[in-house]
Design a binder for this molecule. Structure first.
Ligand code: ZN
Length: 293
């Protein structure tokens, strides 16, 4: 199942499921079909037996046309909005660690972005050039939590993941490295674009064997595979859940492969008018343009 959030007015997003080249507003179709389905992905994932309800709504929409939309007529928003937490992992690609001659970490290095960073596929990455002059991209596979996870074992951790999406861990390197800790440089408004849809785990063949890349203005600058992840999704979910409870809709950014702009020679830093595309095999592509405030 591919789940996004859409609107017809650019303002009030609702959950839409892709079906037969159309987007089904599952709350709208569900109401007609007699099942109660929430308006947002975060609430949907927290709903008992949500998949069966969504299947029913999609079936009803296919039969009656209720809640069925042409994708071209819709505004696309982030597939998940209002997560309780955005958890990120630093230095989690073997090839990235080797490239920088860094030792392979023995346990995951976590940091976070504020939930207000979350942006969608049609949003610009924007910043004040007087605040930061070193804005960078990071291609990432993002896991979306589907069930409350507290102290879960690694061998059952994947059951707590609803699915995956493509993310860009946009980073203001001067703030990140100048502040002594990372929260400001990682948490500018809109610095976590995600999309294009949330792809449920059953539709992803192997999250630890997907091509991942970043392109700036069409030039490929990161090109790797999630097979290079040092800590896999199951390890990360289990590790996080020993310390804090993960809740439905929480986003787990799993780290970035080599090739980010700041470490290139010469460095590639984002500027007004640039276009950044992040892609993950089987999940799709996320493209955002850059604009100064
Ligand atoms: Zn990152």
């Amino acid at each position: 199942m591919r789940i996004g959030q859409y609107s017809t007015d650019g303002v009030d997003p609702w959950v839409g499921v892709l079906h037969d080249d159309h987007v089904v507003n599952v709350a709208e179709a569900g109401t007609e079909a007699g099942v109660d389905i929430p308006q947002t992905t975060t609430d949907l994932l927290d709903t008992w037996r949500w998949r069966e309800k969504v299947d029913l709504a999609v079936e009803y929409a296919a039969a009656t046309g209720t809640g069925r939309y042409e994708p071209a007529d819709l505004d696309r928003h982030a597939p998940v909005t209002g997560p309780e937490k955005v958890v990120c992992v630093g230095l989690n690609y073997r090839d990235h660690a080797e490239e920088g001659d860094n030792p392979i970490p023995e346990s995951p290095v976590l940091f976070s972005k504020f939930p207000t960073c979350v942006a969608g596929p049609e949003d610009s990455i924007s910043w004040d050039p007087d605040l930061t002059g070193k804005v960078d991209y990071e291609a990432e596979l993002v896991a979306v939590i589907g069930r409350e996870a507290r102290r879960v074992d690694r061998d059952e951790a994947i059951d707590y993941v609803a699915g995956f999406l493509v993310g860009n861990d946009v980073s203001a390197r001067d703030l990140q490295h100048g502040d002594g800790q990372w929260v400001r440089g990682k948490s500018l408004d809109g610095f976590a674009p995600i999309g294009p849809e949330l792809v449920t785990t059953d539709e992803v063949s192997d999250p630890h064997d997907l091509g991942i890349y970043a392109e700036v203005n069409g030039e490929r600058l990161q090109d790797s595979s999630t097979s290079n992840l040092i800590f896999g999704i199951d390890e990360l979910v289990s590790f996080c859940s020993q310390a804090f409870t993960l809740t439905p809709g929480d986003l787990l950014f799993t780290g970035t492969p080599p090739g980010v702009g700041v470490y290139r020679d010469p460095p590639v830093l984002l500027a007004d008018g640039d276009e950044v595309t992040i892609g993950v095999e089987e999940l799709g592509e996320l493209t955002n343009d850059c604009a100064y405030l």
